[in-house]
Design a binder for this molecule. Structure first.
Ligand code: UTP
Length: 303
């Protein structure tokens, strides 16, 4: 299938699937009892940052694919009448309005993935709610600071070409084995016709350095492919395998987004995200910068 501009009659993108059922083993022990999606980016849970990204891109409904111990995520987007009453009685109106605005952000649905059978299986759990519409998949581990957001950038590419789109980022050669890496042709600035996706290739034999990052805009056909997949040797159904079939049997656009990405499912990424977002805040930025400068000067002095 050719990728052409202005494919007519495609449906609007109204829904986003946010899988949150993973175990978060890279961040143990905190993730033993705290969902990593509720860990803070300064004073906001990471999940709120990505939900706001969806809202600002025009998404009307988010579908959380949840697992054991993740109930706090739904609660965060629900009203908390007891807290609101206390804040009101105490005259804390600014806090009250902040807390209420989160509850009003967007309509949410939660679907339980009863066993962590992989990201492909998690996405498949949303099939009945998505029906035959195109939809976003947003991985809350990937925080990407950009204007417009990557979700918005992907929707714009989809509106032009009417095909599934995955977000791509060039990574250093020594890191390719941590990602799904695409093969394909670059046919316009930032745009690639994806042929296959190779999961975690060895450096040196990787087909490219373009990694798939956690924002996908998918047609509902993806469910047909996911449903037919067998679990891999680790017992998981991989989204990557479904995407490769989509690329082969229909079409898949790879889009090199602009923006700075932090993997907050990883300790270092979690820390850099917090520093980066704090530096961008008017109330904290100058103080954090002064602190960092002091630490660098001390380290240089030590050296
Ligand atoms: P990861 O591969 O990062 O796994 O999942 P994880 O369990 O979250 O974290 P680590 O690697 O053990 O530290 C990528 C995304 O897919 C979701 C996760 O919640 C995360 O958003 N996921 C993964 C599911 O929803 N279900 C699964 O069975 C697996």
């Amino acid at each position: 299938m050719q990728i052409r501009k202005n494919t007519p009659n495609h449906k609007p993108v109204r829904k986003a699937v946010i899988p949150v059922a993973g175990l978060g083993t890279r961040l143990l022990p905190i993730t033993k009892s705290v969902p990593k999606e509720l860990l803070p980016v300064v004073d906001v849970p990471a999940i709120q940052v990505v939900v706001e990204e969806c809202v600002n891109a025009g998404i009307e409904e988010v579908i959380f694919i949840t697992g054991r111990g993740k109930g706090g995520i739904e609660d965060h987007f629900d009203f908390n009448f007891e807290l609101e009453k206390i804040l009101e009685d105490r005259g804390k109106f600014e806090e009250l309005s902040r807390v209420r605005s989160i509850s009003k952000l967007i309509r949410t649905i939660a679907i339980r993935q009863k066993r962590p059978l992989g990201l492909g299986h998690a996405v498949l759990c949303a099939r009945d709610v998505i029906e035959d519409e195109p939809f976003m998949v947003v991985l809350p581990d990937d925080l990407i600071g950009s204007e417009p957001s990557v979700t918005k950038q992907l929707i714009e590419v989809y509106e032009k070409y009417g095909q599934g789109v995955v977000s791509l980022m060039p990574v250093p050669e020594e890191e390719v084995s941590r990602y799904g890496i695409v093969t394909g042709e670059n046919w316009a600035p930032s745009l690639h016709r994806v042929r296959t996706i190779v999961e975690k290739p060895e450096p040196g034999i990787s087909p490219s350095n373009l990694a798939v990052i956690g924002r996908y805009l998918l047609p509902s056909h993806i469910f047909e492919y996911l449903e037919e997949l067998e679990p891999d040797e680790s017992g998981e159904i991989q989204l990557t395998d479904g995407l490769s079939r989509l690329a082969k049997e229909r079409a898949l656009v790879g889009y090199e987004f602009t923006g700075r990405r932090h993997d907050i499912g990883d300790k270092l990424g979690f820390l850099t995200a917090n520093i980066s977002y704090a530096l961008g805040r008017e109330d904290l930025g100058p103080k954090v910068l002064a602190y960092l400068r002091k630490k660098v000067a001390e380290a240089d002095g030590d050296g």
